[in-house]
Design a protein. Sequence first.
Length: 238
Amino acid sequence: MKKIGVYFGTFAPMHIGHLHQVYKAAFENDEVLLVASGFDDDRGAKIGLDLNRRVSALTEFFSDESHIHVVKLDENDLPPMPDGWDEWTSRLLEFVHSIAEGEIFKATFYVGEEEYVTELRKRFPLNENTYLAKIADRSNIPISATQIRSQPQKNWEKIIPTFQPYFVKRVKIKTVNADLLILRLNKLFANSGVQFVSTATPIYDLELECHQRQLLQDFYTIIDQVNKIYDLEVLRLK
């Protein structure tokens, strides 16, 4: 009997809590079905991370793990929840059968809410296969995609790497010797999701201008401003 772990979500973005659940499912099963679901104008699309981009980021991240199968569940043609449970579950089960490849299987669905357990169990088929649904407890990893969307820089290291490019903040620096400041600031903020760019860069999220007499003071001023704006704690000397 093939054991299949099923984990679904919006993943906007995928974070370290999700990843631990995927790997728990991977250790407990032969195959993992990782389902990214969504629709046009969902919460991911609203921040430039639409369903296709999320699927692409997941596929890239797990490309070296052949037993983790990333699939897209497009909800655009389905009734909105809670009216769409029948169609949504039917489509999900089609993915499970494709992974089973004709073998009898045991599918375990790892879900985040008790409501999902209830709704799935109502719709599990009565056949030779086994279907289970259980709560995926991530309480000891206190992070959510909502928190990340609100403060991506503060939670940078909790974002899965292939999703990080969608959350980079570009800070344009206007001051004398800007190139030298940019070089050093980018090294200092390398693990924060903040990228410093020159005045020639057409696309940016924030512009900072300094008029200090000393380059070192500009350096410290920018560090302080960026820390405050993005709720970071990048250290500096007094």
